[in-house]
Design a protein around this ligand. Structure first.
Ligand code: HEC
Ligand code: HEC
Length: 370
């Protein structure tokens, strides 16, 4: 988490429910990329030929109609191209992922904090670097190596737009590594388009003065921000970014919430533990065991299941967890890294049923319009 001083400035306005901010500037235009690079990116994003069994694309796990998460929300983690093989982490939304900064350290609240980085443990810095990984992950698209992937691209219909954009010789023998970088560029360009970050939820419309929120939603927003209530905005920040973009609902920092083990997950064994940030090779520090990057809450209504291990399936249970983790520990059971849990900002919030319902109602205002 980071300092809440800015939020405190915003608070009186939030509490009266009238945000007296200047009209929002429209979401920053995506970096100049040619239309054809973007549309190639979309084609590659949806191309199942690029997986070992010809059955899985990026879109299989990051489906647009589910805010770019796995459309099968009955399982905590996604199945790969090889049937029966599952990852160990819940597929996150990649809407708004273009705002995740590279992994870095920042001095905040008397501490050096890790911030940013793609993947829940921050192990890649850019959308380009991230995009190269799923192709070769055995529990995802499962290509053997770069030449294997590029062979599949050569025989896919996507080869036509690919050669159009990058030149007729772009898939020639010897150019495989360059082709992989070009695939990554196209996928990243597509993910930087407004389709992934439309900023058109009811909350955004409210910020722009185009709509009102219900009394319950406004109460929920106040609870979300107040440090003596939900305190959610301490991490899921609700202020504009330094660039003036609308709130990302994350400060990109890392925390161990002490979420329960997920004994229902396919990967679970009695000794399974996911160290998160601590296992990032650039960090490599056991003090950070069990810490995961604070996720955005935009579109949260559509992205069940929740948390890095998919242990929660509904929003109300999550707020109950934040409120009673420490006052009713027997309800929640064991967690993987009890020693590194954040105990200062959550765990015993004493929220009433009404306040919990209000926070849930507020979170549902963060759903982008189709
Ligand atoms: C089998 C399901 C699956 C497929 C296929 C898949 N992903 Fe993902 N994606 C995940 C999971 C799970 C994570 C989180 C993994 C982690 O943190 O280690 C993730 C993370 C990401 C992230 C980082 C999000 C964040 O908040 O840090 C991006 C961006 C992304 N994927 C894009 C892609 C692209 C582009 C493709 C296609 C090349 C793709 N994914 C294919 C499941 C999938
Ligand atoms: C100390 C920082 C912090 C505070 C305070 C906090 N959160 Fe979180 N939140 C996180 C982190 C970190 C995660 C991811 C944890 C994980 O996956 O293990 C998370 C995950 C979530 C998720 C699931 C997101 C997903 O995509 O799976 C929801 C919903 C959520 N928080 C809502 C809230 C609400 C509501 C509050 C206030 C009652 C709150 N958070 C307070 C840090 C925080």
């Amino acid at each position: 988490m980071r300092s809440t001083s800015f939020l405190l400035l915003l608070m009186p306005a939030l509490l009266t429910g009238c945000l007296d901010e200047p009209a929002a500037t429209p979401a920053e235009a995506p970096p100049a990329t040619s239309i054809s690079l973007v549309s190639l990116g979309q084609t590659l994003f949806e191309d199942t030929n690029l997986s070992s069994n010809g059955n899985q694309s990026c879109a299989s796990c990051h489906d647009r109609t589910h805010a770019f998460t796995d459309p099968d929300n009955t399982i905590p983690v996604s199945e790969g191209s090889v049937p029966g093989l599952f990852g160990t982490r819940n597929t996150p939304t990649i809407a708004y992922a273009r705002f995740i900064p590279a992994l870095h350290q920042e001095f905040a609240e008397g501490d050096m904090l890790w911030m940013g980085g793609l993947f829940l443990d921050g192990r890649e810095d850019t959308l380009e670097d991230q995009a190269k990984r799923p192709f070769f992950n055995p529990v995802e698209m499962n290509n053997a190596d770069v030449p294997d992937l590029i062979n599949r691209l050569r025989s896919s219909p996507s080869a036509v737009p690919f050669l159009d954009v990058f030149g007729a010789d772009a898939l020639d023998p010897g150019k495989e590594n360059a082709a992989l970088n070009q695939i990554a560029r196209a996928l990243a360009a597509f993910q930087r388009t407004p389709a992934f970050s439309p900023f058109n939820s009811r909350f955004d419309q409210y910020l722009r003065g185009e709509t009102t929120l219900t009394a319950q939603e406004q109460e929920g927003m106040a609870m979300f921000v107040r440090a003596d209530k939900g305190n959610c905005a301490a991490c899921h920040v609700m202020s504009r970014s330094a660039n003036g973009e609308p709130p990302a609902f994350t400060d990109f920092s890392y925390d161990n919430l002490g979420v329960p083990r997920n004994t229902d997950a396919r990967f679970y064994t009695s000794t399974f533990a996911d160290p998160g940030l601590a296992a990032n090779v650039r960090v490599n520090d056991p003090v950070l065991n069990g810490k995961f990057r604070v996720p955005t809450l935009r579109n949260i209504e559509k992205t069940a299941p929740y948390m890095h291990n998919g242990v929660f399936t509904d929003l109300r249970t999550i707020v109950e967890f934040y409120s009673t983790r420490d006052s009713n520990p027997q309800r929640w059971g064991e967690t993987e890294f009890p020693d590194t849990i954040n105990r200062s900002e959550l765990g015993n919030l004493k929220l009433s049923d009404r306040e919990i319902d209000a926070i849930v109602a507020f979170m549902k205002t963060l759903t982008d319009q189709p």
